[in-house]
Design a binder for this molecule. Structure first.
Ligand code: HEM
Length: 400
């Protein structure tokens, strides 16, 4: 029998597509391919290999089971969640969101190592219902999550500015200039009697911004986006992850939940472990690959790790949905998630074994590998459609 809500493929009226968007998306795809090539060529650690456009470094790849909860509320039995008790096989890849396979605590310009964004990608195998796109011939529902509820870029316009800035770097990896207008704005106007170091810093930044064609003459909207990005980047830097299997992740962008409803999703361990900031961070403590080590250790045990897959939904047309701005969260969002499925990961497994590593390397996780009922929404998700297919095909993955 067909699941209810499988035909929610229409564009919601809450989506507002700027005129310039499709040209911006095409340019981002072109630049993205070039960046993959540059990194393959110039980053010695890649050894000439073309990798994912972002999230290139894996922390581990594990098999899992994804089971719809028996007690799921009637009104949440939509799309993937239509059949209580149904279990699907799944694969999970934990990753570092950085574009290069580098130190998990990458040093900033000041030389201080700091936290970065972390990813969890889930591929739920063999789902029933109408798909938006197939995955290597299969019907799989992918969920891609990061460890903050907000994404660092509001929309296609801001992402294009970032991408052009990355394109100027030989490794396609230095975003610093993108944030300079926000740093400048944070200094405010000059005030009587201010510290001369602040005055000099403002002048220095003003000169840099004025000289840079990608930064001078930003509109008020662009500046707002840059400031929002800087806030999310600061939140990411504050978020210590000691073990990527012990923390909560968020889909960050909005998705459809059957006709006329919008969802956000999140995954949290049933038994979360407080991730205390490190007492000491030196140049090699914790180790550059400490997140892989944490996954390896966790999976050496003899245990079952359980996670709640959670959603929250709002109706089309409600105020504050912010479909077109991925740097925002909904009012009351963090308290509003309802468990709808259980993810079980059985240890022991070898998340970095040759078979697992190669398997996840070849997989393509993509938010558009999705049931129509859970269609990705908003500008950042519209952008992701060609970008993920392009990144995966360019690196020779399966199923893009
Ligand atoms: C809500 C916003 C986003 C979230 C939560 C997210 C999350 C993720 C995660 C977890 C992965 C790793 C997948 C894996 O393990 O294979 C990934 C991969 C990727 N993401 Fe995103 N991402 C977001 C937005 C974007 C945007 C705006 C872009 C660029 C336009 C982008 C480009 C990519 C690319 C190129 C890959 C690698 C695709 C491949 O080669 O398979 N992402 N993303």
């Amino acid at each position: 029998m067909e699941a209810p809500g499988c035909h929610g493929d229409k564009r919601l009226s809450v989506e507002v597509v700027p005129d310039e968007e499709s040209a911006g998306i095409e340019e981002i795809v072109r630049i993205g391919t070039r960046l993959q090539d540059k990194r393959a060529e110039n980053d010695a650690s890649q050894d000439g290999k073309v990798l994912r456009g972002v999230h290139a470094k894996s922390h581990g790849c594990v098999r899992a089971e994804f089971t719809i909860r028996e007690d799921i509320a009637e009104d949440l039995r939509v799309g993937l969640f239509a059949c209580p008790g149904k279990t699907h096989e799944a694969w999970i890849r934990f990753s570092n969101a950085a574009v290069l396979r580098e130190d998990d605590l990458k040093a900033g310009k000041d030389g201080i190592r700091q936290n970065g964004s972390r990813g969890m990608a889930i591929k739920v195998m063999d789902v029933d219902g109408e798909m938006l796109s197939q995955d290597n011939g299969g019907h799989n529902q992918d969920f891609l999550l990061i460890n903050t509820p907000m994404f660092a870029f509001a929309n296609v316009r801001d992402y294009l500015r970032l991408e052009k800035i990355l394109d100027r770097d030989p490794l396609g990896a230095d975003p610093t200039a993108y944030f300079l207008p926000a740093v400048l704005a944070s200094l405010g106007p000059e005030v009587d009697g201010e510290d001369s170091a602040i005055t000099q810093k403002r002048q220095f930044l003003q000169d840099m911004v004025a000289r840079d064609p990608l930064l001078s003459g930003l509109s008020a909207q662009d500046l707002k986006g840059t400031i929002a990005s800087a806030k999310v980047a600061a939140a990411i830097a504050q978020k210590t992850v000691r073990n990527p299997m012990e923390v909560q992740y968020f889909g960050a962008a909005p998705f459809l939940f059957g006709p006329g409803r919008v969802m956000k999703f999140s995954v949290a361990p049933r038994e979360p472990v407080e991730q205390e900031p490190f007492d000491t961070i030196t140049s090699d403590i914790p180790a550059p690959d400490y997140l892989q080590d944490a996954v390896r250790n966790t999976m050496q045990g003899d245990t079952i790790l359980e996670y709640d897959f959670m959603v929250q939904t709002r109706n089309e047309g409600e105020d504050g949905l912010n479909i077109e701005d991925a740097t925002t969260i909904w009012e009351g969002e963090l308290a509003g998630y309802i468990p709808v499925a259980t993810i079980s990961v059985h240890a022991p497994q070898t998340p970095h074994g040759a078979v697992e590593a190669e398997h996840c390397e070849r997989l393509a996780f993509n938010p558009w590998h999705s049931l129509s009922a859970h269609r990705p929404l908003g500008g950042i998700n519209r952008l992701r459609k060609p970008v993920y297919f392009s990144s995966a095909s360019h690196r020779g993955a399966d199923g893009y």
